[in-house]
Design a protein around this ligand. Structure first.
Ligand code: PHE
Length: 457
């Protein structure tokens, strides 16, 4: 039997830092503002808040219940609760999809590192060629950075190596310790940037834009988007929270934890909104040219903003460090799904299971990184490898994993499972139990099915 380190989070703060760290990733930071922009500002924000409280928190509780009651990885949890069935395959799908997500997410982590290094060396702000506007320059930079030769591959591999370094140290000494350091840093950097941006002349226009609801923009598509964003930004449907909650101590109050994690993630998302929109309005970038869509937002629009700010290079360094911290705490959480599975399934030490999971990624993620360079024209069904994995996992695999999870907890597992988990085996009363169970049984499956169907169509 392999030696196992203590597989439990040591402190409440640590487990919250780790779980929020997983949630606050690139999805929260760059996908959220884009959805706000297309979904009518505060109208989308409101919708998102409703989706988090009415749907995502109950779904999160169902994943917590699976993990903490069994103290197993995603596959083991299903197997333990339903030994003679094929339900373990739902956990298997979670492991597979989290692995596929990792393949391309590491690449984005690599870009973040590349930009941070560019900001530190000053290379990021070097003119691309004379006489070119800032927007074109940063657009050109992005093309150059993501497609250029070895550097995206080297940076992606660096991110994987950092992940290995954290994960081999185990749950408490690796994941928890890293989160305890990185999450406060991330919050402080966010506060500093937000404070500075909000003090700029003309920033109020952006605040107004963000907080003024335009309900005419709420279409069925936007509603499905808000639901999907609520699930994705809280790392649901990936097996992450099943795995992390298996490390929660038995006196952790799950309902309280889920609310704290969701509210903190929401706060980060709102703070990002309070950075991006005010900055764009202060520096006159709120035209159609400056979209806040994902990669363009962080790698083109924001560098442009920093260039306008006094001490722009320092701001860029702070921002890309923040983004790197967010990416690392998320990649570690998603890698842990496979590390925990491989470790328990094959009874391997943490060192061996971490290497077995992450070393092959050096190859897989490098191939994904090449989707923007040498493998640009290698397409399957019209998608590059990177886009194909992104679309397959986000649109299909994640909703399927989340759907199977709620069906299992709501209809297959004994009713007692949820009650025991919400009340810590009867240690106290839970006023939310019936409401949570109602959502898990009736609302969540229907809503997730709608998301899935609309993603497929
Ligand atoms: N909530 C995470 C995010 O916003 C989701 C995620 C976690 C994605 C881990 C990939 C890896 O980015």
């Amino acid at each position: 039997m392999a030696k196992h380190q203590i597989n439990q989070f040591g402190t409440k703060i640590g487990l919250i830092a780790a779980t929020v760290g997983s949630a606050v990733g690139l999805g929260t930071i760059w996908r959220f503002p884009a959805e706000v922009q297309s979904g009518g500002g505060a109208a989308f924000l409101l919708l998102y808040v409703v989706c988090v409280f009415l749907l995502a928190i109950p779904v999160m509780l169902s994943e917590f219940a699976l993990g903490r009651s069994t103290r197993e990885d995603a596959v083991g949890a299903y197997r333990k609760l339903s030994p003679d069935s094929k339900w373990w395959m739902a956990g298997g799908l979670a492991v597979v999809s989290s692995y596929l997500i990792m393949c391309f997410y590491m690449v984005v982590g690599g870009w973040t590192l590349e930009y941070l290094l560019g900001a530190v060396s000053g290379d990021l702000f070097e003119p691309f060629y004379q006489g070119q506007g800032a927007h074109e320059m940063f657009n050109g930079k992005m093309q150059e950075y993501v497609s250029g030769g070895w550097s995206p591959i080297v940076n992606t591999c660096m991110i994987i190596i950092i992940n290995i370094g954290v994960l081999v140290c185990g749950v408490q000494k690796g994941i928890e310790r890293m989160s305890n350091i990185m999450m406060p840093l991330l919050f402080v950097s966010l506060c500093v940037i937000m404070g500075y941006v909000l003090c700029q002349l003309g920033s109020f226009g952006g605040v107004e834009y963000f907080f003024k609801p335009d309900f005419s923009k709420i279409t069925p598509g936007v509603m499905v988007g808000a639901l999907g964003q609520a699930l994705f930004s809280l790392s649901l449907g990936m097996g992450i929270l099943i795995t992390y909650s298996s490390y929660f101590p038995s006196d952790t109050r799950l309902t309280r934890t889920s609310v704290i994690v969701s509210v903190m993630t929401l706060v980060v998302a709102v703070m990002m909104g309070l950075i991006i929109f005010p900055a764009m309005s202060a520096f006159g970038m709120n035209d159609a040219n400056h979209c806040v869509e994902g990669t363009t937002l962080v790698f083109v629009t924001l560098p442009e903003v920093f260039m306008c700010m006094e001490g722009g290079r320092v701001w860029a360094i702070i921002f890309f460090s923040l983004l790197l911290l967010a990416a690392l705490t998320s990649t570690v959480s998603i890698a842990e799904v496979s590390v925990a599975f491989v470790g328990r399934r094959f009874k391997l030490s943490r060192f061996k299971s971490t290497l077995l999971v992450l070393l092959p990624l050096l190859l897989f993620s490098s191939i994904c990184a090449m989707s923007f360079g040498p493998l640009e024209n290698f397409k399957i069904g019209g998608y590059t490898i990177f886009d194909g994995l992104d679309t397959l996992t986000n649109n299909i695999m994640l909703p399927v994993v989340a759907l199977l999870g709620v069906i299992f907890v709501g209809w297959v597992a004994p009713r007692k499972l949820m009650r025991d988990q919400l009340t810590n085996n009867g240690a106290f009363k839970s006023v939310f139990e019936s409401a949570v169970m109602f959502v898990i049984r009736y609302i969540a499956p229907v809503v997730i099915l709608v998301i899935l169907i609309s993603n497929i169509l």
